[in-house]
Design a binder for this molecule. Structure first.
Ligand SMILES: [Zn+2]
Length: 199
């Protein structure tokens, strides 16, 4: 690496900080960028800058968004009375890809984990309750992971939501125990949503 001029060394160093990228791959990518057109390099640099400048959390569902409200929350074709609760934005993307859900989402930004000191006040439970109270929600499907934290979170939310006039369901079997939603294939996830059961 030290055989390269400082500017290339610097690029290799920065690329190798990305997860899963070793120094060899970083070197290959840096040389690829160097060989490519100036325009391609600028587009890459600009798109990296742009996600940092533009992306924020949707004020309603806490999904990643380029504006105050995400594409799903501002889509009049979506059913606001049907909420799907997930842990992370990537889980929402997984459910969307399954094509089985036409309601709206609520992203908790985590799961309960007493071992790691993550309690209800650290995930967006309060915001979920406000939505259930204010948005005339008829059904909440709990699509948290099927690992210990995800199950604990689903049980906790079902208990809290039992006080409200809302149907609470849990995604069904098919999602393997211990499964992270974003790694579940689309067909399995679609079936799990269609055969959800009352909590
Ligand atoms: Zn949203």
């Amino acid at each position: 690496m030290s055989y390269y001029p400082a500017s290339i060394q610097n690029l290799i160093k920065n690329i190798s900080r990305l997860p899963g990228i070793g120094e060899k791959t970083a070197e290959r990518l840096a040389l690829h960028i160097l060989r490519g057109s100036r325009q391609e390099a600028q587009q890459l640099a600009h798109s990296i800058q742009s996600v940092k400048d533009k992306v924020r959390l949707c004020t309603r569902c806490f999904a990643l968004s380029d504006g105050d409200m995400c594409g799903i929350c501002s889509d009049p074709a979506r059913d606001p009375s049907f909420l799907c609760v997930v842990e992370q934005p990537a889980d929402m993307v997984a459910v969307e890809k399954s094509g089985a859900f036409h309601g709206m989402y609520h992203i908790l930004s985590g799961a309960l984990s007493p071992m790691n000191g993550i309690g209800p006040e650290d995930i967006r439970v309060r915001e979920l309750i406000s939505r259930v109270e204010e948005d005339q929600v008829k059904e909440v499907v709990l699509a948290t992971s099927t690992n210990v934290e995800g199950e604990a979170t689903a049980s906790y939310l079902a208990q809290i939501l039992a006080k409200y006039q809302v149907k609470v369901t849990r995604i069904a079997s098919g999602v393997p125990m211990g499964g992270d939603l974003k790694y579940v294939d689309q067909v399995t996830l679609k079936r799990a949503l269609e055969t959800r059961h009352a909590f």
